[in-house]
Ligand binder design. Structure first.
Ligand SMILES: [Zn+2]
Length: 509
């Protein structure tokens, strides 16, 4: 299975040195390592394309023919690209193709017979990153000396040069390859007990297992057992919370769990974790239960607890991290599977409503109620039907947020109903929490109010159209804080409500 189909490059400042409004083919100078990087990507079967803003045409500073002759020179120097997509419009033309709009990337993906979610977009400035996010492509920044410091700091992924870009892409592709296939027909236990969102991010890996296995049992926790039933490929769900994993640990009855896991009679188990969690206590339980083969990612020495001890780069997006583990255990994703997040859901028609989910699994990752209520008010004023969602425990919150005719659905959506509501929505507005991943799984765009306490590149919405809001350079950055450590919660409460309306407008048009 290939993780990506194509790598799309910005032209000026990325593939070639930036000479503003250059119409002279003789002045084209490739960036260092460009040819070798492209050749390495092409030799691995990846398509390459160029997505370039050329507003000089719209401004009358350079002709379309001149731009074309420069493009031909680029191909002479760097080899043939599978597609070229250029925006000729001036910035004030209001077109849908000029980056940071995603039009060029969407067109390129269609030309190449793929989807933006299976494309990497390499560029040197923030508008390349935004354009990629706005259609679900994976952005990779290769800054130049001209790139602003803040743009580099907020990019989800950054490498030094095009050699680094090729390394980055190929390392991710290699990470999901299997060296050896597991025997088919096994009964496999997949363990993931924390949030519903965390489990959704493991969905592609669970489908990979299901492709070769005869039976897949998911070992879930209290919070994600309903989600587990909606994942394609899952035959059975068992629930045992794990106190060394779960945010609110419950008592653990070691012998009882060992006995009931043993009674499942599985052939092997794969323990999914995030990088800050340890798989080893779970592996001990599985060993005690007599599970013959146990696989997990572990930086810590596992001794005899693991049969497959897997190591990964620690900046992989969570779904890729999980796919990598499944592959290491002998379960690569088949090429017939596109690797997107997915849930089992019958046909739901896309409507025009916006879902606002103000709560979150951690307070640091949610806006204050007053701020969220203002988002609802402005969205209503802009004419959107708005549904405010939350758990039963979040009813006081949703009641406070659902103002001006926004519908309060607090406590009235279980996981399956929320999936349907999101599948029919034009857009979801939420923090970094389970529903963002559920929206990704049903292909709904997300305005992500993303507190930078954890890395967007790992936990941001996966392969769905996203506008990311929130101060990514706030003092809470990378703290993993559950409660915001900064007075006034500036990373999220500083978001301008009109920015939210504009972001929704960008995603639904
Ligand atoms: Zn355009």
């Amino acid at each position: 299975m290939r993780l990506f189909d194509a790598v799309l490059f910005d032209r000026d400042g990325t593939l070639i040195e930036d000479r503003p409004y250059n119409g002279d083919p003789e002045a084209v100078l490739p960036m260092p390592g460009a040819k070798q990087a492209l050749d390495r990507l092409r030799s691995r079967g990846l398509k390459t394309g160029v997505v370039s803003n050329q507003s000089g045409i719209g401004r009358g500073l350079v002709s379309a023919e001149q731009v074309e002759s420069v493009n031909r020179r680029v191909e002479e120097l760097l080899g043939p690209f599978d597609c070229w997509h250029t925006c000729p419009h001036a910035p004030d033309a209001g077109c849908a193709c000029r980056k940071p709009n995603p039009g060029l990337i969407r067109r390129a993906a269609a030309t190449l017979g793929t989807t933006p979610g299976r494309c990497v977009v390499v560029g040197d400035i923030d508008s390349d990153v935004q354009a990629a996010l706005a259609c679900g492509a994976l952005p990779l920044m290769v800054p130049t000396e001209a790139t602003r410091v803040a743009e580099v700091a907020t990019a989800p992924a950054v490498v030094r040069d095009l050699t680094g870009a090729a390394d980055w892409v190929l390392a991710r592709m290699d990470a999901v390859q299997a060296e050896q296939l597991a025997p088919s027909g096994r009964h496999v236990l997949a363990v993931r007990t924390d949030g519903a969102g965390d489990l959704l991010l493991c969905g592609p890996a669970i489908r990979a297992i299901a492709h070769r296995a005869a039976r897949v049992t998911v070992w879930a926790g209290q919070q994600n057992r309903v989600a587990a039933r909606l994942l394609p490929g899952v035959d059975e769900v068992v629930t045992h919370p794990l106190p060394w994993i779960d945010a609110r640990p419950r008592p653990f009855h070691f012998e009882r769990v060992v006995e009931s896991v043993g009674a499942l009679g599985v052939d092997e188990a794969i323990v999914f974790t995030s990088y800050h969690q340890s798989a080893l206590p779970t592996a001990l339980v599985l060993r005690e239960a007599g599970v013959p083969r146990v696989s997990a990612i572990s930086a810590d020495y596992p001794g005899s607890l693991l049969d497959v001890r897997h190591r990964v780069p620690d900046d992989l997006p969570e779904p890729v991290r999980a796919l990598s583990l499944a592959a290491a255990a002998g379960y690569p994703l088949p090429s017939t599977d596109d690797g997107h997040l997915r849930v089992v859901l019958q046909g739901v028609e896309r409507g025009s409503h916006v879902v606002l989910h103000p709560g979150g699994s951690a307070p640091a990752r949610a806006c204050s109620p007053k701020v969220a209520a203002e988002f609802a008010r402005r969205l209503r004023r802009a004419g959107y039907p708005v549904y405010v969602t939350g758990s039963a425990a979040e009813r006081p919150l949703t009641a406070q947020v659902a103002v001006d005719g926004a519908v309060d659905l607090g406590g009235r959506t279980n996981f399956a109903r929320l999936a349907k509501l999101l599948a029919g929505a034009a857009c979801l507005v939420t923090g970094n929490t389970g529903p963002a991943h559920l929206a990704s799984a049903v292909g709904t765009p997300v305005v992500s109010l993303f507190a930078p306490t954890i890395a967007f590149g790992r936990w941001g919405p996966y392969r769905t159209a996203v506008v990311r809001l929130g101060d990514q350079l706030a003092a809470c950055r990378d703290t993993r804080a559950l409660q915001c450590p900064v007075p006034g919660h500036p990373c999220l409460d500083g978001i301008d409500p009109d920015e939210v309306v504009r972001a929704v407008g960008r995603l639904v048009r």
